[in-house]
Design a protein around this ligand. Sequence first.
Ligand code: PMP
Length: 315
Amino acid sequence: MEISMPKFAYFQGKIRPYSEAKVGVLTHALNYGTAVFGGMRGYWNQDEEQMFLFRPFDHFKRLLDSARLLMMEFDLTPQSLTQVAIDLLHAEDYRCNVYLRPLAYKSDEIIGVKLHGLQNELSIIAIPFERYVTNDTDAHVTFSSWRRLDDNMIPARGKISGAYANSAFIKTDAVLSGFDEALVLNQDGHISEGSAMNIFMVRNGVVITPPVTDNILEGITRRSTIELLRQELGMTVIERSIDRTEVYLCEEFFMTGTAAQVTAVTKVDHRPIGSGVMGPVTEQLRQAFSDAVYGRNPKYRHWLTPVYAKVAEPA
Ligand code: PMP
């Protein structure tokens, strides 16, 4: 994946040149992982010459909730943060798909492991972004030998930077062994999610995904997917724990996330899933998701926030 550098950053309360958005090596968050982050997409609709932010209020609400878990308070709301994101995108003037990375972090440059009594800062950057999983129509996954962090270790429902060392172990071992991604088991042996995506399987015609109490991130794509499966595909969706061997026997399997969008998994640990190619539910869901995020389905326009003001028609 090609990464281009941002020109600007929202940093210390203002939009500044990206080169000024720097922290010292003693910064608390850098040493102890005491930061939370988000990941959000803006989709460029060429026909309307418009960029749509996908569910920015939900993303910023989750960011502020994650921040609360780390005892961070900000004088900011999902609405005010959405406006900052829009201002930043105006400064960048992107006309392509983008990824936004908000980050809230403990900014003190001190020694001392704790959460309380520290300063907090919040930054946002935006970069052009397309696919995250290269083969998102036939991914091959494995079960990781690493286990997912438990709610009583580092809560998965908060997008806490320190916890992503766990995701990095999971992803690197999978990729270096030739897989695209890995599925991670809880301490009790049920599947939680992937390294940075939620998971779904279709078994006996029903869609099943782990509940939010199985150490998953409460994914915004997951929430959107459940709605699309029910409303657009007429599917039954159940939230319940999933055993490892159910994946070997299911008809379809897919992963969802801001970066991964809807990624079809067609092989697990060298075994074909279902017929070994992307199945009809996943294919229809990918189309419904794409229609929703690009603003092509008016029913889901309320998920989208336009970035560029429409130029008024001449009278
Ligand atoms: N799980 C983890 C661990 C993640 O990092 C992500 C990416 N944010 C997801 C699931 C998917 O969440 P979302 O759909 O909100 O991006």
